[in-house]
Design a protein around this ligand. Structure first.
Ligand code: P6P
Length: 335
C-alpha cells in the first residue's frame, strides 16, 4: 500500500497521477501520460453514450465482432476513440481489443506499453439505459522498442500487469484503477470535464451477502457452483445480476459480494475473456483485498495462449471466493 501522501477527496485525477508519480523516483512519466490518455478517451466516450438515446447511433451497427455478437455502434465508436487516444498519446505500441480479432499496431514503435481492452463491455445494455463499462489492462512490452509489438508482448500473465482499471458509465461516470499500490476511484464532473478523487484507497469487504450469477444457466452449472447457489439461498443472500460485468463488479467491490460466470452448456469455458476482463478486474480486486479465480486457480497466474480466450470467473470478497472453491473441491471429491 502507498504509505506516502494521502491525497484529499476532491483532488483532480491529473494532480493525483502527478503526485503518485513522485513516489516512483525512476518514473519517466510515460505511464502517467498513458493514464491521462485513457481518462481523455473515457470523457469522449461518456459524451457519446449520454447522447446515444438522442441519435440513431445506439442501434445495432449490423456488423459482428470477433465474438459473433451484434456490434452496437457505440462499441465501434468507443473502440475507435480509445485506439485514437493511444495512437496520439504515443505511449502504447500495440493493443488487444475485444472488437478486433488481431492485435492493433498504433504506429508508435517506441511505445513501451501494451493495452488490452474491452472498450465497451455490456453494450447490449445500451438501448435499455443500463450501466456499461470500459475495462483495461496495461503491460510493459517484452520486445525492444523500435518495432511493432507482437504476440509475446500481448500474451502476458495477469501478474505482469503494471496497471488495470475500468470506467463505469452509470448514474455517474467513474474511473477506478490501480498501478499496484491500492485502488482509487474518481468521479467525473461533466460540467468541468474533470475526474475528482471520490473513493480513495478502496478496500473490498472480506465477505458480503450479494451474489451475482445468471441463474438461467443453473441446470448446466458444475455441481459445486449449484451447491454455492443453494448455499446463498439458504443464508438469505441477495441475488443481484445486472448483466453488465462492470456494474455488478463495481457494486460488489464497494459493498462486498461475489460475481460468478461459471462454465455452462452454452459457454463451456465461461463467457468472459481472460486478457481484458478477468485479468483487469482480478488485479483491481486483489489490490482491494479480494480474490479472483477460475474456480480453482488464481486468474492472474493463468498462462494466456490466445488473445480472446475465455475463462470461468469467480471474483469478489475473499471469503466468498474461498467458499466457492471449497464447494467445488468437495463436489469433485464426491465424484
Ligand atoms: P449473460 C455482457 O455481454 C457480459 O460480457 C458481461 O458484461 C455480463 O456480466 C455478461 O456478459 C452477461 O452474460 O450470459 O449472463 O447474459
Amino acid at each position: 500500500k502507498d504509505t506516502k501522501i494521502a491525497l484529499p477527496v476532491g483532488t483532480t485525477l491529473d494532480r493525483f497521477i502527478m503526485r503518485k508519480q513522485e513516489d516512483f523516483p525512476f518514473a519517466t512519466g510515460e505511464l502517467s501520460q498513458l493514464l491521462r490518455d485513457i481518462a481523455l478517451a473515457s470523457k469522449i466516450v461518456n459524451r457519446e453514450i449520454n447522447r446515444a438515446g438522442l441519435m440513431d447511433i445506439a442501434g445495432a451497427f449490423g456488423s459482428q465482432n470477433v465474438q459473433g455478437e451484434d456490434q452496437q455502434k457505440l462499441d465501434v465508436i468507443a473502440n475507435i476513440r480509445f485506439i485514437r487516444a493511444f495512437r496520439n498519446g504515443g505511449e502504447v505500441c500495440t493493443i488487444i481489443s475485444e472488437e478486433d480479432e488481431d492485435i492493433i499496431q498504433t504506429g508508435n514503435p517506441d511505445g513501451k506499453y501494451i493495452v488490452a481492452m474491452d472498450p465497451l463491455d455490456g453494450s447490449s445494455n445500451i438501448d435499455v439505459n443500463v450501466s456499461i463499462g470500459t475495462i483495461f489492462s496495461i503491460y510493459r512490452r517484452k520486445t525492444e522498442t523500435g518495432c511493432n509489438g507482437d504476440l509475446t508482448d500481448c500474451l502476458q500473465k495477469g501478474v505482469e500487469q503494471v496497471a488495470a482499471g475500468y470506467v463505469i458509465y452509470g448514474s455517474s461516470t467513474m474511473l477506478v484503477y490501480t498501478t499496484g499500490n491500492g485502488v482509487n476511484g474518481f468521479t467525473y464532473e461533466p460540467s468541468l470535464g474533470e475526474f475528482f478523487l471520490s473513493h480513495p484507497d478502496i478496500v473490498t469487504p472480506k465477505t458480503g451477502k450479494v451474489y451475482s450469477i445468471n441463474e438461467g444457466g443453473y441446470n448446466s452449472f458444475p455441481q459445486g457452483i449449484k451447491d454455492y447457489v443453494e448455499y446463498c439461498k439458504s443464508n438469505d443472500y441477495s441475488a443481484r445480476y445486472i448483466g453488465s460485468l462492470v456494474a455488478d463488479f463495481h457494486r460488489n467491490l464497494l459493498k462486498g459480494g461475489i460475481y460468478i460466470y461459471p462454465p455452462t452448456a452454452k459457454a463451456p469455458n465461461g463467457k468472459l475473456r481472460l486478457m481484458y476482463e478477468a485479468n483487469s478486474l482480478a488485479f483491481i480486486v486483489e489490490q482491494a483485498g479480494g480474490k479472483a479465480t477460475d474456480g480453482k486457480n488464481r486468474i492472474m497466474e493463468i498462462e494466456p495462449t490466445a488473445l480472446h480466450q475465455r475463462c470461468p470467473l469467480v471474483i469478489g470478497s475473499s471469503e466468498m471466493v474461498d467458499k466457492v472453491q471449497e464447494l467445488l473441491l468437495k463436489s469433485e471429491a464426491a465424484l
